[in-house]
Design a protein around this ligand. Structure first.
Ligand SMILES: Nc1ncnc2c1ncn2[C@@H]1O[C@H](COP(=O)(O)OP(=O)(O)O)[C@@H](O)[C@H]1O
Ligand SMILES: [Mg+2]
Length: 274
């Protein structure tokens, strides 16, 4: 069976997904805070825009200005796509600012999270207007919903989004989830069988012991498409998400091992084994 798909243009992710991401799928990206989920989804958005697609970005974690600043920090001129009408933000963050709320560039919708059906309706209206071949929806992150709703309600929101936006309109929806507590681990486990794709990010544990924050991603599931399901290292540079240079990593590891050894000597006072 051939499923319509598109390449993300992000080397480590394209390696994990040789045929790319499926159109009309809902995909969850989980991982610890700081593992690069927001940069990853923003890079996906940028590549879709450059390829002639459209993007709706639902922000829960940060203000619309901060999202635009993130794109600009990589020299991705997002404002060009805002003015073309192919990039829009559904702002689910600034309601808490009350009277301090300003006017934000790129915002096409505004929700205060008291009514998740209204939010889904907003996303649906924006995506339905899009005529581009590739339609991407980013939701970053759904943790905010976990503060407000029961887990079963959060799952119901994701089910509705999958049915209405992914299956209904053929858009690829990427939902991020920060995992930091056991209850979120449980949500992730439920989501994994509910959605079409599931990608995990983390810091490699052995490297972390050495003080090297090596990021890795693994595609655990992608319905209908082939995957290379093992941990793939990645790095965030000024150009966005890219592959790790193994030579540079080896040099860094050697340096850290030397540092660890000289630290041991300074603590124990003896060289070599012991
Ligand atoms: N313009 C940039 N250039 C290089 N690295 C960046 C840039 N912007 C963010 N980062 C890196 O991205 C990481 C944060 O990732 P983020 O996507 O916010 O994590 P998460 O969403 O998983 O919590 C940080 O380590 C930061 O150094
Ligand atoms: Mg984030």
């Amino acid at each position: 069976m051939h499923i319509p798909s598109f390449k993300t243009g992000i080397p480590p992710l394209d390696y994990a997904l040789p045929e790319g991401l499926p159109k009309g799928a809902t995909v969850v990206i989980t991982g610890e805070p700081g593992s690069g989920k927001t940069v990853l989804v923003s890079n996906m958005a940028w590549n879709v825009l450059r390829g002639g697609g459209s993007v709706v970005y639902v922000n829960f974690d940060d203000s619309p200005d901060a999202i635009i600043e993130l794109f600009e920090s990589f020299n991705w001129n997002i404002k060009e796509y805002i003015s073309k009408g192919v990039f829009g933000i559904i702002d689910c963050f600034t309601f808490r600012l009350g009277a301090l709320k300003g006017k934000y560039e790129g915002v096409i919708g505004y929700e205060d999270l008291s009514d998740t059906d209204a939010l889904i309706h907003d996303i649906h209206t924006s995506v339905r207007k899009a005529s581009e071949d590739i339609k991407l929806v980013i939701i970053d992150s759904i943790n905010e919903l976990m503060f407000r709703l029961e887990m079963t309600q959060v799952l119901e929101v994701v089910k509705k989004i999958r049915a209405l936006i992914s299956k209904g309109l053929g858009a690829t929806v990427i939902v991020t989830l920060h995992i930091s507590t056991d209850s979120l681990q449980e949500l992730a486990a439920h989501l994994e069988y509910l959605v079409d794709g599931f990608i995990v990010t983390r810091f490699e544990p052995n490297m972390r012991e050495l003080g090297i924050p090596l990021k890795q991603l693994m595609v655990r599931k992608m319905r209908g498409l082939p995957t290379n399901s093992f941990w793939i290292p990645y790095v965030i540079t000024g150009q966005g998400v890219t592959s790790v240079d193994p030579k540079k990593l080896a040099i860094l590891v050697q340096q850290k091992l030397k540092e660890a050894e000289s630290f041991k000597v300074s603590v124990t006072g003896n060289k070599g084994e012991g």
